[in-house]
Design a protein around this ligand. Sequence first.
Ligand code: FAD
Length: 550
Amino acid sequence: MSVGLDPETLDLILDSIAEFAHRELPKSVLIDLDERDEFPADVIRKMCSSELAIQLLFIAEEYGGMGGGAFDIYRVCEHMAGIDVGVATAVLATSLGSDPITVGGTPMQKKQWMSRIADEGLLMAYGATEPEAGSDLGALKTVAVPVAQNGAVVGYRITGRKQWISNGGVADLYSILANAPGGPSWFVLDRDVDGFTHGTHEDKHGIRLSNTAALFLDNVAVDADRLVGGVEGQGLVQAQEVFGYTRLMVAAFGLGAGWAALDRAIPYSAERIQAGGPLSEKQGYTHKLIVPHATRLEASRAYLEETAEHIDGGEGRFNTEGAIAKYLATEAGNWAADAAIQALGGYGYTHEYLVEKIKRDVRITTIYEGTSEIMEMTIGRDRWQQHLKTSGRHYHEQAEVLEALHRSDPATGADVAALAHHALAEIMEACRLVRLTRNQHVLLRIGEWAAWTECAAALARRAARAAAGRLPAKGDRRFDASALAAMSRVFAREAALKVATEGLRWLYGGSPDVDPGLERRVRLADILAGQRGLIDDMDAVAAALYGRAA
Ligand SMILES: Cc1cc2nc3c(=O)[nH]c(=O)nc-3n(C[C@H](O)[C@H](O)[C@H](O)COP(=O)(O)OP(=O)(O)OC[C@H]3O[C@@H](n4cnc5c(N)ncnc54)[C@H](O)[C@@H]3O)c2cc1C
């Protein structure tokens, strides 16, 4: 059984967001707020009031919400980030802040807090990071000391400091991770409780419309019923529980911002005449600055949509898959925004054309909610386990499925995606034989190659689904089947070449004992032969992006 909104309701929400942004956050206002480094409190409050009520999306129906699923939240996050990643962060921080309650709260806590967030539009903040505990949350120093009466714990006194907290200076309600005697635990705090203060709005590189502030807790007294779930020591498990889902949200931010940047570069280049013709007709421009970025964004979308479907289908938590989606979508968004500055030349470097702001804004997505390196580690470790558990068959088996897809749908690039999978299996096995994952760098590179390889497979499947008219009802429909197939063939070639050449590079670079037969087993020659037709396919992608005949 799948959860979430029906497609018509989702469309209505997306339309309302677009209309609201058109009215309240036109380009001139965004540029002004960014320059003044200002959090638009009234706009964010309106978005969480009856006017737009975005918070209802992630609250269950039984607490007065709409019960949106991962797919709905991905679509909304992408649209919000396309407007402004800072605004998206401010609004979605409430979702993140309430996640510990959603996954770990007692029925009473859920009813009390989620109903208030739904009805009153309370803004929340998620207080996990500390000055010395970022990627390694286990190192947190904030403590929650129990207060006992007649032998029973009736409350806690919390002391510590939190760093870089979105909505930190403006939230009504905070979830705070603190070390209780039983281990890390979440507590829910009101903003005006004694001993609880916040720092000033941080002066940041980007997302300047989002308030980020440090939090200071000095012996803050809370009642025992503020301990989420009523049992100490569940905090990190509760945080883990929603990673699959929250990472998809940030992946969608990367996607939304990346496309927002390209969607400024594409029309610009159709109008801008240089050397006697529009830039959009110059291959050296499109095939460097536009096409590869559109293709990488769509590969990450394919993976994101599949993962959201799995989560909504109740098939599990999909934390590693969330990491893959976040990793590729945010890196692709960041590259796309950088390329968009280049694509607009000198104009791109000014505030007025917005792409430089998008570039500054999207940069955060590779840092918060787990940095790209932590994503590489998460993916690398998990897929390494899969490799060992299956005696090296994991990616070969995935490749066989893709080879079958290629037989039924030869246009989807599944054959080259299969080559990427075979190559990765061989590279991983060679790493095992020379014990190369003792080098952390190699393990993280495996995480990177796995992400590219799996996204290539997802895009090939997406192209096949589009050809069969079976794209998800709530999915993005920007590209038709033939454009998706061309994108898939372009991306699969890039992924296969990356895995094979970089894999060989780090093997030779890391060990004197690499078997010389490896290049043959990695099938480098086949992967190079698979590049045939690449420029024609890039031409086809450019044609789809510019709406011209291929
Ligand atoms: C604008 C903004 C908003 C934020 N919002 C929130 C929020 O609402 N709530 C919240 O709790 N936090 C929030 N954060 C914090 C964010 O999640 C952390 O900054 C992030 O997780 C990284 O932690 P760190 O800054 O301590 O960096 P570190 O963990 O010190 O990392 C520094 C660098 O080292 C790398 N690194 C770290 N560990 C390893 C390792 N083991 N191996 C290899 N490389 C490693 C990282 O990838 C990174 O490149 C926000 C941060 C910013 C900047």
